[in-house]
Write a protein that binds this ligand. Sequence first.
Ligand SMILES: *[C@@H]1O[C@H](CO)[C@@H](O)[C@H](O)[C@H]1NC(C)=O
Ligand SMILES: *[C@@H]1O[C@H](CO)[C@@H](O)[C@H](O)[C@H]1NC(C)=O
Ligand SMILES: *[C@@H]1O[C@H](CO)[C@@H](O)[C@H](O)[C@H]1NC(C)=O
Ligand SMILES: *[C@@H]1O[C@H](CO)[C@@H](O)[C@H](O)[C@H]1NC(C)=O
Ligand SMILES: *[C@@H]1O[C@H](CO)[C@@H](O)[C@H](O)[C@H]1NC(C)=O
Length: 355
Amino acid sequence: MSTFLHQRQQQHLLANPYPISPGSAGGPQRSLSPFGRTGLFVLLSLMVVLGILFPWMRVSESLFSLSDASISKWRDYTLAEAVSFVAKNGTVIVCAVSQPYIPFLNNWLISIARQKHQEKVLVIAEDYATLYKVNQKWPGHAVLIPPAPDAQTAHKFGSQGFFNFTSRRPRHLLQILDLGYNVMYNDVDMVWMADPFPYLQGYHDVYFTDDMAAVKPLNHSHELPAPGKKGRTYICSCMIFLHPTGGAKEVLKKWIEELQDQPWSKRKRSNDQPAFNWALNKTAGQVDLYLLPQVAFPSGGLYFKNQTWVQETKGMHVIVHNNYITGFDKKIKRFHDFGLWLVDDHSLESPLGRL
Ligand SMILES: *[C@@H]1O[C@H](CO)[C@@H](O)[C@H](O)[C@H]1NC(C)=O
Ligand SMILES: *[C@@H]1O[C@H](CO)[C@@H](O)[C@H](O)[C@H]1NC(C)=O
Ligand SMILES: *[C@@H]1O[C@H](CO)[C@@H](O)[C@H](O)[C@H]1NC(C)=O
Ligand SMILES: *[C@@H]1O[C@H](CO)[C@@H](O)[C@H](O)[C@H]1NC(C)=O
Ligand SMILES: *[C@@H]1O[C@H](CO)[C@@H](O)[C@H](O)[C@H]1NC(C)=O
């Protein structure tokens, strides 16, 4: 995978010897129309700054595979711009994706397009290759929140790179809430089978799903469940819906704090999920939490491992998560086996098309 990435970048560099877009320095000068002494001074300072920045920009830009000038604008596309572009009814659906996960992204998008919610999807690209690829096929639907994590180390489940990568999630979500939007976060190894929005009833601060595999009664409570063996709950950080309320922001801030207090260690090989659960535990008293129904949002440990249950609850599933398994190939095979790998035969339904 990394060799592949490297080759692609080489090709783009060769194909494009002049990677700087000609318009990139035009913006700031336009605002200096009343040309007094101050204006002149500002202009001079600007020239000095540009003199320093330009050589630097040339180097940093040539590192990335900018194959044409239109692409370079995505590098400066901000989260605020992106969210206001994709949001519908004040709501966005986000995921965070690095290049190896693009096939999963496409699979997830097809399932969302079938529920007619794809227009509010914003892909948070965790590397520049993903940013350019998605925006090339589907302009405006990907944003990169700098700094991009190190692509070579971010993919292996349980690694420190993976921890660093997932640690960015609560920050991204908090920024979106601060901009005033409702946000749904999904991992891209999920598939929508029905529209989840009717399940986001009431106006609670945070909605989430249980990651346990044990079958619960259909009428289980919507409260935060009791802690399990490790003293904490097993709520999934894979699917979260938040309203832009003080309570929801409190949970995200606590989640960020918990990640800082319990950094990755070789022994624990953790991801961001335990920290999310501690954040829920510590804010439970002050925040309005809502556990979504298991039958609609089953974990992979239930959906893919208990066919009796799947038959019994046929027609009631809304979003299925392909977890309780690790490795790209195993995940893809399992989606295949269960008829949920849509990219082979249905790629035309994806806003990204065939990739
Ligand atoms: C926005 O909300 C209105 C009223 O709730 C609903 O009828 C409409 O379908 C929604 N539009 C989208 C794009 O979700
Ligand atoms: C993860 O983040 C820590 C702290 O910011 C940093 O020291 C470390 O080098 C990063 N590791 C990887 C593999 O990205
Ligand atoms: C679920 O239904 C059972 C049987 O009708 C009942 O005993 C139980 O109290 C209900 N649980 C909840 C949380 O409503
Ligand atoms: C939080 O975790 C502690 C320690 O496991 C537990 O005693 C407590 O009941 C939990 N609180 C909630 C609201 O789940
Ligand atoms: C599988 O589902 C059935 C039907 O809901 C349930 O009775 C059984 O306990 C489940 N098996 C396991 C191993 O959880």
